[in-house]
Design a binder for this molecule. Structure first.
Ligand SMILES: Cc1cc2nc3c(=O)[nH]c(=O)nc-3n(C[C@H](O)[C@H](O)[C@H](O)COP(=O)(O)OP(=O)(O)OC[C@H]3O[C@@H](n4cnc5c(N)ncnc54)[C@H](O)[C@@H]3O)c2cc1C
Length: 306
């Protein structure tokens, strides 16, 4: 119930203005986000890599309806990839893209062309790109774009959401040699017709999908902070004889950082999803919806306004 309310607020301009104007909000946001510009993303990446972690960097922003904004997002990624290569942070750091930030909502072809330019730059920089999964209305379009990008850039990563009823079938389709697939639970508010609603059903689906990916020939990227799912991942890696370079764990920046280091110290690849940029509102609200206990940080920040 609370999750639904928070996810609904993530699309409200009025709540957005209220949250953004609270003076302490920045401090709270900083826990989950590197900072406003690419220098902050680079500095944070450097620290994470020095700690033995891999990184995937996301420039915040989504649901763009403006072609100039989509171009600016493409250019931001091109500049970021140059900077990562110059700082010798590739291949430890890659990038994650939201096609809706590149124009998917108004012209899929534009989004594809921008994503293609970013994949070409990533290849030149010696690293990879992963296409984030957004709400279910974009899944077909995103997977079609992924297939087109993989013709020339076969290492482009997919993201599948275990809460969607279709995802087991998508896992079977994508568990092929060389295919990088991030499996997450899913962060959007979705109707029952397309998505499991209870935590138990989502977790059971995650395990079924994890089994398919681990048994297959691709490269599974297990994106979860859930302790039970992490240990099931470790168990299946042993069962399917996967070495530590044949799959990875992924977690969000600011969420369970000690666990990230613990797993890295055990020899697993752990990749941290690191967002940066000024358009942090929708991303932050999804993080709150996942763990309403985080609301107490926000409540304190909002009270500070008075
Ligand atoms: C690397 C990565 C990439 C992702 N990419 C996408 C994507 O492209 N599309 C998409 O829809 N979703 C994405 N997600 C989000 C994902 O779908 C889930 O919403 C999110 O990871 C929470 O699910 P969980 O598996 O961690 O399990 P949960 O059951 O939600 O959490 C398990 C435990 O982890 C801790 N935890 C989880 N979330 C938080 C939080 N926000 N703050 C503090 N503690 C927390 C808590 O201790 C909680 O009990 C991504 C997640 C990760 C880790």
């Amino acid at each position: 119930m609370l999750r639904s309310v928070i996810l609904a607020a993530s699309r409200s301009g009025r709540v957005e203005r209220l949250v953004e104007s609270a003076p302490l909000t920045r401090g709270v946001v900083r826990r989950f986000i590197a900072g406003d510009g690419d220098e902050a993303a680079l500095a944070c990446t450097q620290e994470l890599v020095a700690d033995g972690l891999a990184v995937t960097i996301d420039h915040l922003g989504e649901d763009t309806t403006n072609p100039a904004q989509a171009e600016a997002t493409r250019d931001e990624y091109l500049g970021l990839l140059d900077a990562l290569a110059t700082a010798e942070l590739t291949p430890a750091a890659e990038v994650s893209l939201k096609l809706s930030a590149l124009g998917q909502l108004f012209d899929e072809k534009v989004a594809y062309e921008h994503a293609r330019a970013i994949c070409a730059k990533a290849t030149e920089a010696g690293t990879t790109v992963t296409l984030d999964a957004e709400d279910h209305t974009t899944t077909d379009s995103t997977l079609e774009t992924l297939a087109r990008l993989r013709v020339d850039f076969p290492t482009t990563g997919a993201v599948l959401q275990a809460y969607l009823r279709r995802t087991e079938a998508d896992c079977r389709e994508l568990a092929t040699a060389g295919s990088r697939v991030r499996l997450c639970k899913g962060a959007y508010k979705e109707p029952e017709s397309v998505a499991y609603q209870s935590r138990l059903d989502v977790d059971k689906s995650y395990v079924r999908c994890l089994n398919i990916l681990m048994a297959g020939e691709g490269y599974p990227m297990l994106a979860t902070h859930d302790p039970r799912l992490v240990s099931i991942g470790e168990d299946r890696a042993k069962w399917f004889d996967r070495t530590n370079d044949e799959f990875e764990f992924q977690m969000l920046y600011g969420v369970r950082p000690e666990e990230q280091l613990r797993l890295a110290n055990l020899g697993y690849t752990v990749r941290v999803y690191l967002p940066y940029g000024t358009q942090w509102y929708a991303y932050m609200m999804r993080r709150l919806a996942e763990r309403p206990a985080n609301l107490s940080f926000f409540a304190r920040a909002l009270r500070s306004k008075r």
